[in-house]
Design a protein. Sequence first.
Length: 267
Amino acid sequence: MSYTAATHADIRPRRAGFFSDVISVAIRALRSIPRDPEAIYPALLIPVFFYAINVGALQDMAERIPGLDYKAFQLPVAIIFAVTGISRAVTLVTDIQTGYFDRLSLTPVNRFALLLGLTVADFSLVVALTIPVLILGFVVGVTFASGALGMLLFVLLSGFWGLVFTGFPYAIALKTGNPAAVNSSFLLFFPFVFLTTVFVPREAMTGWLATVAAYNPVTYLLDALRSLITTGWDLDALVKGIACIAGVGLVSGSLALAALRGRTRRR
């Protein structure tokens, strides 16, 4: 073998590095967002619609509960509607169907970075989606008892909830490669939200719904977000809210990673 042939035989693709891979995937995902506006507009319109309907229809009834500011009570619900289910999972399905994901898997890119980069983009998007809803709250007179720092924590908790929920659509996308299956993953959201303290506090709930709400992680997330608005720094509520985000993240993240391993193992 000649020197030139031996030299070419020793050439190997060089890894760019884990963080470089994550940033590259995240930037590509963020650039795709303006080309997919139909995935963003509902996340802005639906929260505003439900907030207006719930406050308009139920505020008079809610005033019977002493000390309940219903506009403040409903704002975290609007935020949850805005950030839950927002992901680049449909884009991932397109990459799988076109073969781009398979080609990318053959490169030296870190496999975990393929998923983490998408979630970094998702986190940036869901945090941005909280801003218009917060502005709506300010317009109708909602204020934060915990101040500016509490408002920042409010946005971060909402963003992390939106982030951990993306594990479910990503798991479905990687497992099935089917856009219809990914779109149906939003149905998981309804038991999370409607079987909890969406309309009234837990103290006003009775029967089986009160029992289900007590085991629903979104109940404690809403309690944490509401405490920042109405109470201030309620450490017990915040710890429970963070624990529930972590618990859901453990489940959804494990499912997504297992699906990723299964998808890349086939290559």
